[in-house]
Design a protein around this ligand. Structure first.
Ligand code: FES
Length: 349
């Protein structure tokens, strides 16, 4: 509680006041009574004090080194999945471990510093709601400076250096994850925009054998994959494609999408097998109606209308794969799919 009489009498700029006098006065005006105050070390520079300083310095350096390790791992450790390669599996655990160690080191250093080096103090404080005047603000500033002095940082160069070494990498560590936020989500390198198909890649069966014209009967279909290493594995899980051979009369009624006029070869059409609703395989083919059905939520796609969704929750067409045949008569892709496969995702254009 502020006391106007004492405010006038007490001059915080009086050189006869020690810093502790200012602190005590500031505390008193705030309704805080310091009932016990005792420095931890009556004599500065004892062996015990040095030992504690070294322990704190060690913890701060541990913080700095762990934060540094975090930064190096974040930037340089392999994190992308590669077949038969396992270092990527350690990426997240190592980031978590080094970050945890850095925070532990800092927390432990603060606790030891406060408990072992700073003066013992017991104070009782009343709540006060008044707006502080100028003198009170000066006294508060003096209190803060006193708190800084009590840490002993000014006369402990070892701890000052250790704090700088520990805190700098920790600060960088804290902002490192922001790097992920400046990554271009629309980058065409994103795996969600690619399948295993590209120009010249053959369409192969699950067992890897390529398919020639005539090997799918009219009115039938075959599930095909990119004829590349691991093209039939989960690594290219978005690549499964339906190679559909429309009957002559159905092919005559086919309605191509704009830009896909030459995407088929004769009466053969290739569409992604991944449903655009939630990604199930849309593989039930109703030959009489030329509809593809997805068993998960009953979406239906009209093949004769470029796989336009005509029933169920799917709202996008199944993407079409442009195809042709190579000089040996095998089906090949003319390019990758021109749009992202499967259900919607945030960055899908
Ligand atoms: S995933 Fe195909 S309808 Fe839902």
């Amino acid at each position: 509680m502020s006391d106007s009489t004492t405010d006038v009498e007490f001059d915080p700029k009086d050189p006869n006041h020690s810093q502790f006098d200012l602190v005590r006065e500031g505390a008193r005006r705030d309704g805080v009574e310091i009932v016990h105050y005792q420095p931890r070390f009556a004599v500065a520079g004892t062996k015990r004090e040095k030992r504690i300083e070294r322990a704190i310095a060690f913890l701060l350096l541990l913080t700095g080194l762990s934060a540094l390790a975090f930064i190096v791992i974040y930037v340089a450790w392999p994190y992308k999945y590669e077949q038969g390669y396992h270092l990527d599996k350690l990426y997240t655990p190592l980031l978590g471990f080094t970050m945890g160690l850095a925070l532990f080191g800092l927390g432990a250093a603060i606790i030891v510093w406060v408990k072992k080096l700073m003066p013992e103090e017991v104070a009782v404080q009343d709540r006060h709601d008044n707006n502080p005047d100028l003198v009170e603000r000066q006294l508060t500033a003096a209190t803060l400076m006193s708190a800084l002095d009590e840490t002993g940082i000014k006369r402990r160069p070892l701890l000052k250096g250790a704090l700088a070494l520990g805190a700098a990498p920790l600060g960088i560590m804290a902002i490192m994850p922001l790097g992920a936020l400046i990554k271009d989500p629309h980058s065409k390198d994103e795996p969600l925009f690619h399948t295993g198909f590209k120009e010249g890649v053959r369409l192969v069966r699950q067992d890897g054998t390529p398919i020639r014209v005539g090997e799918v009967s009219a009115g039938g279909l075959e599930t095909v994959f990119p004829g590349i290493p691991e093209g039939t594995t989960l690594k290219y899980a978005d690549s499964p494609t339906l190679l559909i051979h429309l009957r002559e009369e159905d092919a005559a009624e086919f309605k191509p999408r704009k830009g896909y006029e030459n995407a088929h070869y004769g009466n053969y059409f290739a569409y992604s097998k991944i449903c655009t609703h939630a990604g199930c395989p849309a593989s039930l083919y109703e030959q009489q109606t030329n509809r593809l059905l997805c068993p998960c939520h009953q979406s239906q796609f009209d093949v004769k209308d470029s796989c336009r969704p005509i029933f169920g929750p799917a709202t996008r067409r199944l993407p079409q794969l442009p195809i042709t045949v190579d000089e040996e008569g095998y089906f090949v892709a003319k390019s990758d799919f021109k749009e992202a496969i499967g259900p919607a995702f945030w960055e899908r254009p």
